[in-house]
Design a protein around this ligand. Structure first.
Ligand code: FER
Length: 285
C-alpha cells in the first residue's frame, strides 16, 4: 500500500498564474492559448525551480486538473510538510481550440501534434516568465536543463506523455504517464499490441542515445480503471527490455517504476494520488 494523500487546510499556499502564448494550429493559423502555472509558496524569482508539465484527459482544458481534484491543495500540503521540494507545475492543453470534446476520435494525433508546440512555444513562454533551470529557452537551453523537467498526464494526457517520451526525450528526463497507454502502434495498443508497443518504445530510446540513468518513467493506474488492461499489458511487455526499462521500486535502483492501485478508477481524484506518490521520486538526478 502506498501512502495516500488526505487533503486539509494548507497555510502555506502557492498561487495559480496564467501564461498566454502563441502557437500554430492544425490549419496553419496562429492562435493564442493559455496555460495555468502553479507557483509554490514564496516563489522566489531569484531561484531556479524544477518544472513539471501535467496534461489533462480527453475533453479537458488547462483548468481540468485544477477543478477536478484537489491538485493544488495536494501540492501546497506536500511542500508545506516537506514531502516535496517546491516546484512549478504547469497545466496546459494539447487542444488548439479551447476545450475538446470527450472521446477518442482523432485524439492520439492531437497529442502527437502538441509535441512541437510543447517545446517550441509552451516551454519558452512559461520558462521565460518563471525561473527554471533553463538558462535560455531555446532548444539548447531546454536540452541542457532536461534533468529539471518532467511531464505527466491522465488518460489522453498519459498518451501525450508517452508521445513526449518518443519525441521530446531531449528536453525532458522525467515521465509520469497515468491511466493511459502508448498509442504509437495503435489506439489502446498497450493491450492489443503490447509487445510491438514495448519494442517501439525500446527502439526509440536506443535511437535517442540516452542511457538508462538519463530518463525515468513512473507509471500508475488502478485495477478498476478502464485503462488498466492497456497499461498493465504494456508495462509487462516493457519489462522484457530490462536494459532500457530497468525495474525499480524507487528510482534508486532503476528507471522504471509502476504501480497498480487496488480498486482505483479512471478519475482525476484517484489519479491525483499517483501524482502525490510519484512527484517526490522525480528530480533526484
Ligand atoms: C487508455 C488511454 C486513453 C484508455 C482511454 C484513454 C480506455 C482515453 C480516453 C478518453 O479520453 O476518452 O488506455 O483506456
Amino acid at each position: 500500500m502506498k501512502k495516500r494523500f488526505t487533503h486539509g487546510d494548507a497555510n502555506e499556499r502557492g498561487t495559480i498564474r496564467q501564461v498566454t502564448y502563441q502557437t500554430v494550429n492544425e490549419k496553419g493559423e496562429t492562435v493564442e492559448k493559455y496555460t495555468n502555472v502553479y507557483l509554490p509558496y514564496q516563489y522566489d524569482p531569484e531561484k531556479p525551480y524544477n518544472i513539471f508539465y501535467l496534461i489533462h484527459g480527453g475533453g479537458g482544458n488547462p483548468d481540468a486538473w485544477l477543478d477536478s481534484c484537489s491538485l493544488k491543495n495536494m501540492l501546497d500540503l506536500s511542500i508545506q510538510r516537506g514531502e516535496l521540494n517546491p516546484l512549478i507545475v504547469v497545466t496546459p492543453t494539447y487542444y488548439t481550440e479551447g476545450t475538446g470534446k470527450p472521446g477518442m476520435e482523432g485524439e492520439g494525433e492531437k497529442t502527437m501534434i502538441f509535441q512541437k508546440e510543447l517545446v517550441e512555444d509552451l516551454m519558452p513562454a512559461v520558462e521565460s516568465a518563471y525561473h527554471t533551470y533553463a538558462q535560455s529557452t531555446d532548444l539548447a537551453g531546454l536540452k541542457a536543463s532536461r534533468f529539471h523537467r518532467g511531464i505527466g498526464g491522465f488518460s489522453m494526457g498519459s498518451v501525450t506523455t508517452w508521445n513526449a517520451f518518443l519525441r521530446n526525450i531531449d528536453y525532458i528526463a522525467y515521465f509520469m504517464p497515468l491511466s493511459g497507454d502508448c498509442w504509437a502502434i495503435e489506439q489502446l495498443g498497450g493491450s492489443t499490441q503490447s509487445e510491438k508497443t514495448a519494442q517501439y518504445l525500446h527502439d526509440a530510446v536506443i535511437k535517442s542515445g540516452y542511457k538508462p540513468d538519463e530518463y525515468f518513467i513512473y507509471t500508475a493506474t488502478g485495477t478498476e480503471d478502464i485503462a488498466f488492461k492497456q497499461l498493465y499489458g504494456q508495462v509487462n511487455a516493457m519489462l522484457h527490455f530490462p536494459d532500457t526499462f530497468v525495474d525499480a521500486t524507487g528510482f534508486g535502483a532503476g528507471n522504471f517504476c509502476y504501480h497498480f492501485e487496488e480498486g482505483s478508477v479512471h478519475a482525476y481524484t484517484d489519479v491525483c494520488q499517483y501524482v502525490y506518490q510519484a512527484l517526490p521520486c522525480f528530480f533526484k538526478k
